[in-house]
Ligand binder design. Sequence first.
Ligand code: SAM
Ligand code: SF4
Length: 323
Amino acid sequence: MLDQYGRSIEYLRISVTDRCNFRCVYCMPEHGLAWLPKADILSYEEIAEVARQLAPLGLKRLRITGGEPTIRPELSRLIRQLKAIPGIEDIALSTNGVKLVEMAPALREAGLDRVNLSADSLRPERIAAIARRSMPFSPVLSASAAQAAGLSPVKINVVVMRGINDDEIEDFARLTIEHPFHVRFIELMPVGEMADLTWEHVIPSEEVLRRVSALGTLSAADGPARGNGPATYYRLAGAAGSIGVITPMSHTYCGTCNRVRLTADGRLRTCLFGDHEVNLREPLRAGTALAPLFAQALAEKPKEHHLLQMQVGGLKALSQTGG
Ligand code: SAM
Ligand code: SF4
């Protein structure tokens, strides 16, 4: 599967719900969004059918995302169906981690390969302030539960915000010394309805790395064996895990983009930003073959996003597209 610029597309991010038990300041308005009607949301069987039709075209890796995917009932049932599809080599989950301690063993047993945990603070009051919801959980315990269940490599994604959580950069980096976690610092993307966040809250990854290198010798490292996304990796001397940076703001990586996205209501989006999408839901429900629609979507996949020019299309929040 090559798009019009010769990029090989083998990775699909599947949003299973637009709802969430958090209201992260950079992602969703505090009062939530107008949720999709239930009838518009693809069933697990429909999602699996999309993957089944794309696998022979070269689809190899899946990520389950949201909203918060773990709040959709019976998520393991979807994982089991996806795992049974020939050609699918890797299934990952993106989660805020609230339900991970409880769910990790069953997800692993159903065939989930690994987990990315989003965590912007290690301090309970601050987690609640950023998420604007108070939940009794600890990101480190959730990550450890995922690791213990065999959902590894465990990646921890931290959105760095100046004046809000940047004083924890060192604490997150230190986690990698003892734990085999891969902590990735992500530049805040000022999109959607983001409370009071502005460009002044964006911290370039160069600054993050400068601060981390005060903790010890930091060398370039290979990333975790699985999941070759857009991060660049480093390792503190003697550390069990690694540190990565993802730089959507200061450097784009559109040239090597290998992914497309399926929204919870069945739209195939070829870029996180902008409004390039093909509706798969009606054709799917009518029993029409999806391959030609997929080819059409890839032929229209944009060369790059225009985030730096603040052209993000109708996107109100990353929770609508799965991030
Ligand atoms: N609820 C799940 C979670 O939080 O991992 C999955 C969906 S969430 C939309 C996916 C990722 O998008 C999270 O890691 C989140 O931190 C990131 N994200 C959302 N809005 C963002 C923004 N404005 N800038 C940078 N990252 C953002
Ligand atoms: Fe929910 Fe994830 Fe968005 Fe936070 S980042 S509001 S956990 S979807």
